[in-house]
Ligand binder design. Sequence first.
Ligand code: NAD
Ligand code: ZN
Ligand code: ZN
Length: 389
Amino acid sequence: MKALAWMGKNKVEIIEVPKPKVVEPRDVIVKVTGSTVCGSDLHLLHGTVIELQKGDILGHEFCGVVDEVGSEVTKVKKGQRVVASFQIACGSCYYCKQKLSSQCENTNSNTIENGMHGGRTAGISGYSHLTGGFAGGQAEYTRVPYGDVNLLLLPDDVPDEKGLYLSDVLATSWHAVVDTGVKKGDVVAIWGAGPIGQMAADFSLLNGASRVIMIDSNWRLDYIKEKYPHIDTIDFSKLGKGGSVTSKLKEMCNNRGPDVSIEAAAGEYAKGWAHYFEMMLGLETDTSEIVNEMITSTRNRGSCGITGVYVGFTNHFNIGSLMERGIKLIGNGQAPVHMYWESLLKMIQEGKIEPLKMVSHRVRLEELDKVYYKFENKEDGMQKVFVET
Ligand code: NAD
Ligand code: ZN
Ligand code: ZN
């Protein structure tokens, strides 16, 4: 079968590999019908996530049809349409019982807990050997461990093109909004206007926010201005001498700042992984500019949530502002997809959310290697793609 594989730093290729088989009794083999590329996949492409091996199959967002089930699978049946969660959860540990599936204790023995995390997090499909080394879904077929737990049945009225995004983007952006505590009347500032930021903007408004301000630059903001004319924007690259995102936000929000700030950019993610080694060597690293910007911008007693992915340690963190002004800084973590995907499916069915809004291109699996490079350079305004398989 065909699959998209990591073949070295900045190199992905469509290769021929054997079709996966049921290995454990709770495995399900899915014939993939749709997948997508995520901002997070670019970190893999760049080789900034350690422990990738040549030939690793990528892809953590996919949907398809059940092709084969293991002997202990009871819920999903051959032929059913399903979407997979990006995280692989066991469904029965301390965290899974509370639907905190991204903190599952049983699916990722290869975490960096010995280094710095201080605890395990769940496995993730197609996302390096740091997250369990599972083959991903940018392929014709893939193996989903604990299939009854990690697959959601898609009803007839929800096409693949919409259901696919339940695997990550919708759960992640909804979690960012709920977990950071957006409520009626709030002014919400969002750093990063990619698909996660865009959906977080929609969800904030759905939760009653009175205003959303998005911070990004260039073509991304042109896209927001065109598709989301009701949303205010700040171009961080055009603030001029002495200007800052914080002063601009204060000016726009009664000199106090937004009630809630959400990080959906992780401009420093790549730096974070590289800095992991620096940290291990005892060298200093700077804190994320965005996190300090969020802390100083947010009104006293407001809250900030970090959804963009960070790794490692940091210095020059504005702990004084955080403490004195009573700011709540929340690590949203990888979103616990299982907690939300049923209610999000209902929102799609009721037309409360429209995932197709963020989809810019429809492509085929055979051309996905080239698509990665286009996606990386945002050529053609490419953002979320639907990969037909
Ligand atoms: P994306 O790359 O499409 O968008 C990120 C945007 O951030 C870009 O438009 C970029 O211009 C902007 N940006 C960079 N530096 C900035 C800065 N200093 N200020 C403001 N904006 C800045 O990514 P995406 O797919 O929308 O994902 C966003 C982030 O969320 C990524 O880090 C991704 O890895 C992460 N993510 C987290 C989870 C989770 O469960 N926590 C799940 C999926 C994605
Ligand atoms: Zn993703
Ligand atoms: Zn678990």
